[in-house]
Design a protein around this ligand. Sequence first.
Ligand code: Q9C
Ligand code: ZN
Length: 341
Amino acid sequence: MKTIFSELHSLQSVETEFYRGKWVDAFEIPRRAELVLAQIERAGLGPVVAPDSFDLAPVLAVHDRDFVRFLETAWQAWSAEVGPIPAYPNIWPPRRSRMIPTRRPGAELGRYAVDMSSPVLEGTWAAARAAVDCALTGARLIDAGEGAAFALCRPPGHHAGRDYFGGYCFLNNAAIAAQYFRDSGARRVAVLDIDYHHGNGTQDIFYDRADVLTVSIHGDPVQEYPYYIGFADETGEGAGAGCNLNLPLPWGADFTAWSAELGKGLERIAAFAPDRLVVSLGVDTFEEDPISHFRLRSADYPQIGRRIGELGLPTLFVMEGGYAIEAIGVNAVAVLSGFES
Ligand code: Q9C
Ligand code: ZN
């Protein structure tokens, strides 16, 4: 399958992140994408192509206009006031506050950020836009008849909601691609999120909709980020009732346990009979992932791809997390090769 990749991802780059009360070496780093790319070439997965440029319409079909305008201008506003240093929120609106726009860049950061893991930098907007372009180009390739494509997106996207960012994510690449499929004629689209963390942004975006099924297998939010969402009893609302499936697992879950949840997710997707599948592909389920607590092994990843492939659906894979640097390429490409086998 083709991979869509943009060098602009490297504009989102920090040395450190705030983790358990300390500044530590950053986990979400440019090298992640470079290692996946290197493994795609080593394994001969297929051609690597640059993304087409899309206008903002597909982004605005998912994200609120004021949020998008904020992301586009946040660096300019922040750096004009405090200088060229990464923009981190350090204040958040209390619950029941009215979310009235302010005139201060720091306060605006807190209105849109859910945590401190996604600093806004000079190149953040360009990097996030390029990741969206990769996802949309992959969707366009599938609409043109490709059976599958891999959007090697960085920064990742599944924690970004219609009006918030966090968890290393700014724009929700997978959700934007899913909506693009709908707008290009797919009647139903499914999103399968196999990143270790719950795909809270994706769930939230489609929560009241019957045309997009969202399924996520992830660390139980009682003990894992994003903590406040991702529980099994969140099943959708309004027209979307029954169109969200959360499959949380406790810390320590191995492939046997994980695989059983994958079976449930695939069964639900098959019953939904979508025209297109988007897979939020995180490999932070790996046993050696430094911030995660599942126990999948490298040998498990080809089977995941093979079973997703058994659905027989046109499938767009979108890169999300995975922080075990030595293994990220091997594990991600193993899913893709397994899909094609
Ligand atoms: N104690 C993705 O994998 N920090 N995002 C978690 C846990 C944020 C992960 C700290 C993790 C976000 C795309
Ligand atoms: Zn993750």
